[in-house]
Design a protein around this ligand. Sequence first.
Ligand code: GUN
Ligand code: FE
Length: 420
Amino acid sequence: MSTIILRGNIIHTPTRERFVCIPGGYLVTVDNEIRGVYEELPEAYRSLPVLDYGDQLIIPGLCDMHVHAPQFVYRGLGLDLQLMDWLDRYAFPTEARFADPAYARIYYEAFADAMAKNGTTRAVVFGTLHAEATEILMEELEKKRIAAYVGKINMDTLSPDYLCETPKQSLADTERWILKTKEAYRLVKPAITPRFIPTCSSEVLEGLGRLRETYDLPVHSHLSEDLGEMQIVRERYPEYDNDSDVYDRFGLFTDHTVMAHFIYPTEHELDLVARRGVTIAHCPQSNGNVAAGIPPIRRMLDKGIKVGLGSDVAGGYSLCMLRAMSEAVYLSKLQWLKSEKQDAALSIPEAFYLGTKGGGQFFGKVGSFEPGYELDALVIDDGSLGVAADHLTLEERIERVMHLADDRNLTARYVAGERA
Ligand code: GUN
Ligand code: FE
């Protein structure tokens, strides 16, 4: 039996309404199952060693629900373009380089290392269409102890010649890759990952729906991100007036599907996404950078839709999920203005919840310190932020961490019950 006892200023959000804070508390985990958070250490554990983090903050691990690993190579470039031009100029040429496994090894190792340093414990990750490189990505994430769903992506139409599969090859490569990787790692698993509707023929979407069902896999893609993308979908599927019905028709909308963005939902789509239990990955930095738009997150939450946060690197330039929390609040205030003050902005605990438990639910009991949850935790030293700790409440300290901290403030990371 492996027992881990952490001591420090414990902060989490079992509900999105408010922070629960336990100053100088004890977080007890036995065999990767949290037993509880205590002000005083219960008698039964008193003979065991305690990892004492003093005045530092202990929070749940951060979940990046949408990120493109190959785009780490060119993050921070081309962000004065709109989505479709940005894909042509940067994303596609860079992704083509991952045909070379040696190239993939170098950049995927750097990517996994950067994710870990930023305090990401769980992630849902796009690779490229190359199965071999995507296996390398999975190996590197496992080595760095990032628990992840990873996708070999599918692109068989409306893609550049140098980055395009035939439908048969796309499905055969995907199935081979699933069989090879589904039991190969402890923390990393495959996900069905059509790039988005424009680059996938209906033959491929239909085949992916079958593979999803056969192997009972999660699904990861983009949904209603950009008006140009949506126009292509309308023309290809004139029988539908939205993207969601297309995914749903091919069996790709389940309670283990995560879709990035959802910026322009119809009322019908909000109901469908809620009914199917699809999770939305909200990527605020990317939405501004590629001028995609401002999603109505409050309306999604009011409908009971599950929402997590994503970096969407390289639509976003930063892998830091604290940045995503901060920017989710910022963008929600612009949405409040855009909606003529109808859609209330996100509160600070709500943004924190989205970046932890909101995404964590996609992985099971993850993202909170309630009993029965897995131990994903970060230890954060906020001393360098100029915090006069004795003047601030723990709520104020974590709020400041959300806006100001970065990888330099991370002291320790625990993933799935182990120090990572
Ligand atoms: N839609 C299809 N591909 C991409 C991509 O690489 N990034 C983003 N943000 N949207 C996409
Ligand atoms: Fe994306």
